[in-house]
Design a protein around this ligand. Structure first.
Ligand code: FAD
Length: 379
């Protein structure tokens, strides 16, 4: 079940397996029931270096390539998907864009703090009327002298309750489409910035998802991330990398569901159960190959947009299919409150939606396969 002979990724995987067995797996039912990841688990994640993944050492992190990140996320997610998604969002769509698009001052201010776990990283793009169609966002900003003023509402923002930094995307003028969008780093405690509600969800319950209100939030000029008008480019770049991580989280759930199914099928069981187990194995292995391929291409500096979408499609489908078959195999016991099979199915069911839906991945992948410029041979 381990990836190639890549030594750093293998070391991260082993370390995560130990950590997950000790500190995460035993608490997964409680995290699901209580709808939150306890602060002590977040502190342990920071202490063990998981929140500094991908952040260079001189910014307080522990480095780590994409293969290491997917190994960590798969292992965490196999223990508790909500914990893995907390880390995936923090690393991929908050710390990474600050690292790649931030000024030295922004990196100095936010990266060591994020790596230490002084609050987690959040990313606020989605709005009540803008999900897949990100260019439709209506949160407005205006320049007023030396500062920016933001107004609007964000939906489904993960990690915002205890955030150390929230990337907020806003438009200067919705009529400008994607060219009007800029990105801002909002620190905790900023006046006018509040969590309006925590959203109750089917799955990934421990991963806090919120509605945010920006009521005349005033930010200094230094809060702008990248150049004005580059916001959507920054968001989509972060989401492409993030998709590989989310695919690894889905893979972890698929694997946990496969392992749970295997525990529930005996050698003398009905043929259909053994058939379901066989299909689950194939789905899991195919998804794993695509997740690893996407991470390897990212690490090699090759284009990986299509690989990220393929990985996310395959892993989220595998998670849903295997977890659903797992509920069937467990029978009535599988749908009882507290049963592992139903928790895995509820968690799996969120992955085809989060960080770009199945249909959006198909659009990206289809477009990419017909374009000659990415690589002449898509295989
Ligand atoms: C648990 C969870 C955590 C999340 N965390 C974050 C976060 O931290 N930050 C953040 O910004 N957002 C977050 N989101 C939001 C998530 O990214 C969006 O839900 C997602 O992008 C889809 O948007 P939507 O829900 O508005 O669906 P819609 O865009 O309204 O889509 C509804 C349906 O229509 C389909 N559809 C839409 N457009 C097309 C098209 N052009 N062609 C074909 N089919 C289409 C979709 O595939 C889907 O099936 C989170 C969501 C969840 C569930």
């Amino acid at each position: 079940m381990t990836s190639s002979g890549d030594a750093p990724a293998l070391a991260w995987r082993r370390k995560t397996q130990e950590f997950a067995d000790r500190e995460v797996r035993p608490r997964a039912p409680e995290i699901d029931r209580n709808d939150r990841v306890p602060d002590e688990v977040v502190r342990s994640l920071a202490r063990e270096g998981f929140l500094g993944l991908g952040i260079p050492e001189h910014w307080g992190g522990g480095g780590g390539d994409a293969r290491s990140l997917v190994a960590v996320l798969e292992e965490l997610s196999a223990a508790c998907a909500a914990v893995a998604v907390l880390v995936a969002v923090h690393v991929s769509v908050c710390a990474q864009p600050i690292l790649t698009s931030g000024t030295e001052a922004q990196r100095r201010r936010y990266l060591p703090a994020l790596a230490r776990g002084d609050g987690v990283g959040a990313f606020a793009l989605t709005e009540p009327d803008a999900g897949s169609d990100t260019a439709r966002i209506a949160t407005r900003y205006e320049r007023a002298g030396d500062e920016f003023r933001l107004r609007g509402t964000k939906m489904f923002t993960s990690n915002a309750v205890s955030a150390g930094a929230v990337l907020v995307f806003a438009t200067r003028d919705p009529g400008l489409g994607h060219r009007g969008i800029s990105a801002f780093v909002v620190p905790p405690g900023t006046s006018g910035f509040s969590v309006a509600q925590r959203l109750d969800k089917l799955g990934l319950r421990g991963s806090e998802t919120t509605e945010l209100v920006l009521d005349d939030v005033r930010l200094p000029a230094e809060a702008l991330l990248g150049a004005e008008g580059d916001g959507l480019k920054i968001a989509l770049g972060a989401l492409t990398g993030g998709r590989v991580g989310i695919a690894a989280c889905a893979l972890g759930v698929a694997r946990a569901a496969f392992e749970e199914m295997r525990r529930n099928v005996r050698a003398d069981d009905a043929e259909w159960k053994r058939g379901a187990l066989a299909r689950a194995f194939v789905d899991l292995a195919a998804a794993r190959a695509l997740v690893e391929r996407a991470a390897e291409r990212k690490d090699a500096g090759e284009p990986f947009v299509r690989d990220a979408s393929a990985a996310k499609l395959a892993a989220s489908r595998a998670a849903v299919a295997i977890a659903s078959a797992g509920v069937d195999i467990a029978g009535a016991e599988g749908v009882r409150a507290g049963a592992t099979a139903q928790r895995l199915w509820r968690d799996a069911r969120v992955f085809p939606i989060v960080e770009g839906t199945t249909e959006i991945q198909e659009l990206i992948l289809g477009r990419s396969l017909l374009a000659d410029d990415e690589s002449p041979n898509p295989l």
